[in-house]
Design a protein around this ligand. Structure first.
Ligand code: BES
Ligand code: ZN
Length: 595
């Protein structure tokens, strides 16, 4: 191995990559929908420095057999940690080249979600999706599950012949005859980015290098929604350099997918809740695309450095949206994030260390650090930096940063050093980096985010409160979706239930079809103890079908805050089987239940 001791300490992985590391994965598995397991072999090409063993991460897996260069060896499994799982240690000799692990998943796998036909759009076939970030890949593949261990992979996946399999790799565009699929990911990626989806999917091209996968009944709608994808890739390349992953596709999954989007390389996974019909929520695609640079190309070295992935990505997302739809649009999105940040800071007022950019998640589930601080404070840091040095210097810096560190991982400390030498010292600018990164809250020099369109909304709220603007005049305003969201979120806590009711009668928010509008309205309805216009039924239906963690946690949290824990639990008990494990974990904790 050429670079010894080049891996930073990662408290969320048992692997010791400085001693022995996997460089390529050859995955050969079969998906069994009846038993809801994946089984097969993970074979690795490895490199080592005289090590006598190689250590992998495994969580809730059945390990059947391990071989080194074709010969069976005895493996050992460490004690099971509820967060990290187990170490899987395999003895090796000095010149060992290949280690193979045959295994199968169990019903405790947290990455996999098997869905029955009723949970899909077309209701005819089952579906499988995986979610690897942050440390769940080890629950479906025994692997060195640290973001620093980059590897290439090839995979052979066998699925029922009615279904199509796609991965974060080079993908089929039509179904195979026999349910057998082969994949190749030529660029080295972090384990959390290995992903698989299996379902009755079809593909529709947007441009030669962009397109969408979805179930048949959704494909045209999805294709319309994301029609600007090629333009987004173009805009992104103009900002920060060549798109190196060749293809950029999006698969729209069933609604239980726990995230808005997940940046699996070459194949972003997305929730159907962004398919609004009017392209109003497509910044999510810009976000996942931006991860092709910040995250997938230059990757957070550990989960303590998560803000390097998400803060940079939100900044890049805003720049892509600005390039396509203008400054005003981007400023609306940034203002929404600024309000999210204010609310997050408020919720952490007695836990200030949680508001640092650089986190200390040792002994904790990395998921606990994945809130809007990394995203929105991270964004605000970069935007403030941009306003300090000027856009031209900022862009030159960022382009150089991605180029110089392509296919490598980044710690917060290494980034700060690079920022100091390449941007600040070169341009003789001083900037309070440590304050931003290692201290709580938002420093005083933070950029002020102003949106003219939102100021109009705020004026309207004032007039509506005073009674000089009627409900009907308010609803008749030609506001876009973001303006409506801003309006709803800023309805004063003090308005009367009568006023809330006449507003809903006029604007029909309770039956909104845009998922984001529905979500923020439902939150307000819960806050205001509002029950007219069938809103309770709409809320329950929403929670029963949508599993997107950010949406459902917002609503359960609102119930809890409004002293309606019983109502929350009543719905959750029914909805829980529809949710992915990452959503379940969050909501179990929030409501203090376990089943
Ligand atoms: N990488 C994240 C999703 C994620 C974060 C998965 C933490 C597991 C742990 C993805 O890029 C993301 O940020 N998704 C957001 C949407 C985005 C527009 C803010 C989401 O899911 O809501
Ligand atoms: Zn992200």
């Amino acid at each position: 191995m050429n670079k010894s001791n080049s891996y930073a300490n990662d408290t969320h992985s048992y692997a010791k990559p400085n001693e022995a590391v996997a460089k390529h994965l050859l995955l050969d598995v079969e998906v069994d929908f009846d038993k809801e397991v994946i089984k097969g072999t993970a074979a690795y090409s490895i490199e080592s420095t005289n090590a006598s063993e190689i250590v992998f991460d495994a969580k809730n897996l059945k390990i059947h057999q391990t071989t080194v260069d074709g010969k069976e060896v005895a493996f050992s499994l460490g004690t099971n940690d509820p967060i990290l799982g187990q170490s899987l240690t395999i003895p090796i000799t000095k010149n060992a080249k290949k280690v193979a692990i045959s295994y199968e998943t169990t019903d405790k796998t947290e990455a996999l979600q098997f869905l029955n036909p009723q949970q899909t759009a077309d209701k005819a076939f089952p579906f499988l999706l995986t979610q690897g970030q942050a440390i769940l890949t080890r629950t479906w593949i025994p692997i060195q599950d640290s973001p620093q261990v980059r590897l290439t992979y090839t995979a052979k996946v066998k699925v029922p012949k009615e279904l199509m399999a796609i991965m974060s790799a080079e993908n089929p565009k039509v179904k195979s005859e026999n349910g057998q699929y082969s994949f190749e990911m030529r660029q080295p990626i972090s384990p959390y980015l290995i992903a698989l989806a299996v379902g009755d999917l079809v593909y529709k091209e947007i441009s030669p290098r962009t397109g969408v996968y979805a179930e048949k009944s959704m494909i045209d709608k999805v294709h319309y929604e994301f029609a600007d994808m090629e333009k987004m890739v173009n805009a992104a390349e103009n900002l920060y350099g060549t798109y190196v992953w060749d293809q950029f596709d999006v698969v729209v999954l069933p609604p239980s997918f726990p995230f808005g989007g997940m940046e699996n390389p070459r194949l972003t996974f997305a929730t159907p809740t962004v398919v609004a019909g009017d392209r109003s929520l497509t910044s999510l695609i810009a976000h996942e695309l931006a991860h092709s640079w910040s995250g997938n190309l230059v990757t957070n070295a550990t989960w303590n450095d998560f803000w390097l992935n998400e803060g940079f990505t939100v900044y890049f997302e805003m720049r892509i949206m600005e390039a396509l739809y203008g400054k005003e649009y981007a400023n609306m999105l940034a203002s929404i994030g600024r309000q999210d940040l204010a609310e997050q800071l408020e919720s952490f007022h007695d836990k200030p260390e949680a508001t640092h950019l650089k986190l200390d998640l040792k002994g904790k589930n990395p998921d606990d650090g994945m809130n809007s601080i990394a995203y929105d404070k991270g964004y605000l840091f970069l935007r403030t930096l941009e306003e300090t040095v000027g856009r031209y210097k900022m862009d030159t810096f960022l382009k150089g940063y991605f180029n110089k560190h392509a296919f490598s991982t980044m710690t917060t400390e290494k980034f700060i050093k690079y920022l100091n030498t390449e941007l600040l010292e070169k341009n003789k600018v001083s900037f309070n980096i440590n304050d931003w990164v290692y201290n709580a809250g938002v420093p005083a020099n933070a950029a002020k985010i102003v949106s003219d369109k939102f100021q109009k909304v705020e004026e309207a709220i004032e007039n509506w409160k005073k009674g000089t603007l009627s409900d009907h005049e308010l609803c008749a305003k030609d506001w876009n979706i973001q303006q409506k969201i801003h309006f709803i979120r800023n309805i004063p806590a003090t308005i009367s239930i009568e006023k809330f009711t006449t507003l809903d009668n006029a604007c029909q928010f309770s039956s909104a079809t845009n998922s984001y509008i529905a979500m923020v309205w439902f939150e307000q309805a819960i806050n205001h103890n509002y029950h007219a216009n069938n809103v309770d039924v709409h809320i329950e239906n929403f929670l029963m079908t949508v599993g997107r963690r950010w949406y459902v946690s917002t609503l359960y949290r609102a119930f809890k805050r409004a002293d309606k824990l019983e109502e929350a639990k009543r719905i959750y008990e029914k909805a829980r089987p529809n949710y992915h494990s990452v959503t379940v974990n969050t909501i179990d904790d929030m409501l203090g239940v376990s089943y």
